[in-house]
Design a binder for this molecule. Sequence first.
Ligand code: NAP
Length: 290
Amino acid sequence: MLSGFISGSPRICGIIGDPIEHTMSPVMHNAAFEDKGVDYVYLAFRVKKEELGKAIEGMRALNMKGLNITIPHKVAVIQFLDELDHLADKIGAVNTVVNNDGVLKGYNTDATGFLQALRERGIEPKGKSVVILGAGGASRAISFILAERGSSLVILNRTWDKARICADRISEIFQSEATSLKLNRGNLAAALSPADILVNATSVGMSPDINETPVTSNLLKPGLVVFDIVYNPIKTRLQREAEVAGATVISGLDMFVWQGALAFEKWTGLKAPIGVMREKVIKVLQRHEN
Ligand code: NAP
């Protein structure tokens, strides 16, 4: 809940999606606004697919400063915006909108947030061999930024066709190598053998199915970086088993906080209080887990 003072004319930010009930973004952003002492407020709105255009018109009419966009609107929102950042344009999906005096510009801070979380751990993607599980919206953002930064990619997905389309598009626009495989045990073992980094961008292991993992523990090894973008639970089974195997583990929480921090900076022009944002999300997730 908001404990700070809200004036009669705060800058309004928010998130739209459907469903939206379980989003951590309002607590994270309101904690950041409060910490910085700025007159901003962040709210969550459930917006149905057919109401998306009206919601974006509402953003203009209410002169809202910013929006985060989540499932199922990340692609469809583009048609209602005035400008696109070059990366969001290539990815074909937007998770952050900034209102610059009536001009709505779309960004993809899922991609840049992932990159920041990697770099925060001293890992540069250039020249790395990366295995990406999943070919949904998050996988697409991550694959594109890794390809842009010079990683070679193998994308594995349960529905192979989606992975193939993603890999083909990446090979078309970047110099990087991208191949695709159906997600099964044999392909996974073969792909992981020469890999530097494994990214889980499927929803496998996400609450409430916390005992599931997309990778059996015998495929995990020291020297491998395991980045599981699932952040609820805070520590997934994949992360726990990767730790035991001696791999370097990066949590989806880091990506979540960074995508939020980068959006915060675009809306406010201030440096985001990363520590405050991370602590707030951990506190709320822990409350849910207990
Ligand atoms: P999405 O577009 O719905 O894609 C889901 C992906 O998971 C698809 O590739 C799907 O495969 C795969 N999948 C689902 N169930 C599976 C199963 N039982 N076995 C194998 N594969 C399965 O979702 P998304 O937006 O990309 O999100 C994916 C995950 O990332 C979610 O857990 C989400 O919370 C998380 N996420 C985290 C952040 C962050 O900041 N940390 C940001 C965005 C998303 P098919 O194509 O075969 O259906």
